[in-house]
Design a protein around this ligand. Structure first.
Ligand code: UT7
Length: 353
């Protein structure tokens, strides 16, 4: 059976930067608290639809793979913040890209969404159901924030990352992948007010999280999933060139690094710049790592995530030969006429009470 390998990559981050100090002008918090508890220094706030960010990330990934949108036969979007519940956000992306031959659907596994997406894409390629897949992790989490909930409002940000997956007969590609869930802990991280269960009890949309419960489970779950991916790939920790963990909290990343006995230079960390972008965090970090020359031909990568569900997943990927894009796209978001902070404040003022 053939497996999937990554042949294109790209990202899109909106221009609306909000620093911790700016946030502290509208929330009872401080740069010191946010930075020491989470490692976050700033986040980006989108002025456009989630599908617009996803489309720009997708265009960069297509160019990097040397592909046209019409070459795609599948678009898979990992998101928990789709533009709307119906249709799937992937359908909007398909239209915006002009990917006329592509099937399109979404997957929602919270912050583990990108790993779940890789798992699904790998299966589609293994069975021959699809040959050229665009997988995008894209989130507009700031849309769910309530600035009066300081425990969650300081943590999340917006952005998108994308990859192209194709079949390979070589030693490159997804060598192993595992995903799991524990729905008994669904209440530890949820969004109130959006979804059919809320129709009879109209409730403002907001993220509700038992941070300590998620933290405890993430510290154990991330390392366990990564170790399973290594075992199933026949690799050891010493084989890892780069660990790309989901960026939820610097302390969780540090604990995972320590459990796996990795050195800091073997781990991608960019949470300070973006906050937690859920399903987008791993493909954004992967795309940055390639641009920074941290991925070499044949590099052994481990990607690992943990999130709402609770869900987890990890994959061992051997990189192919190419680390330079086939071509570059000039795709970009239109400029914003408001600052990131203004967007957050305007939205808060418009919230139903
Ligand atoms: O992406 C996957 C899903 N998410 C995660 O993985 C997140 C996992 N959890 C975490 O990252 C951490 O639990 C948090 C960063 C969310 C919180 O850190 P913590 O060390 O667990 O803090 P805490 O929730 O125990 O709160 C400590 C104190 C509380 O005050 P008291 O009760 O000790 O007086 C909070 O009220 O910090 C207070 N607090 C704040 N203070 C200033 C909570 N939020 C804030 C805030 N600014 N933004």
């Amino acid at each position: 059976m053939q497996r999937a390998t990554i042949t294109g990559w790209g990202r899109c981050t909106p221009e609306g930067v909000v620093t911790n100090d700016e946030l502290a002008t509208v929330i009872d918090t401080s740069d010191e608290w946010i930075a020491t508890r989470s490692g976050i220094r700033q986040r980006m706030v989108s002025h456009v639809d989630n599908s617009d960010m996803a489309t720009v990330a997708g265009r960069h990934a297509l160019a990097a793979a040397g592909m046209e949108a019409s070459d795609l036969d599948y678009i898979l979007v990992a998101t928990c913040t789709p533009d709307r519940f119906i249709p799937a956000m992937a359908c909007h992306v398909q239209a915006k890209l002009g990917a006329v031959h592509a099937a399109a659907t979404d997957t929602n596994a919270g912050c583990t969404g990108f790993i779940y997406g890789l798992n699904l894409a790998n299966g589609l390629i293994a069975t021959g159901s699809a040959r050229r897949i665009l997988l995008i992790g894209s989130e507009r989490l700031t849309a769910y924030l309530d600035l009066e909930r300081r425990d969650t409002a300081v943590l999340f940000g917006d952005g998108a990352g994308a990859v192209i997956l194709e079949a390979t007969d070589g030693s490159d590609g997804i060598v192993s992948i595992n995903v799991g869930s524990n729905g008994d802990l669904a209440g530890a991280l949820t969004v109130e007010g959006a979804g059919s269960s809320w129709m009879d009890v109209p409730t403002p949309v907001r993220v509700v999280m038992d941070g300590r419960e998620v933290f405890r489970n993430a510290v154990v779950g991330m390392a366990a999933a990564a170790e399973q991916a290594l075992d199933e790939a026949g690799w050891t920790v010493d084989d890892i060139d780069l660990l790309i963990p989901h960026q939820a909290n610097l302390r969780i990343i540090d604990a995972t690094t320590k459990r796996l006995e990795l050195e800091d230079h073997q781990v991608c960390v960019n949470i300070a710049d973006y906050g937690n972008t859920s399903a987008a965090s791993i493909p954004i970090a992967l795309s940055e790592a390639i641009d920074q020359g941290r991925v070499a031909p044949g590099s052994k990568l481990v990607l690992v995530a943990f999130g709402a569900g609770l869900t987890w997943g990890a994959t061992a990927i051997q990189w192919g030969e190419r680390t330079e894009p086939e071509a570059r796209s000039a795709a970009a978001l239109p400029p914003s006429d408001r600052t990131g902070l203004q967007i957050l404040v305007d939205r808060q003022n418009a919230r139903p009470t």
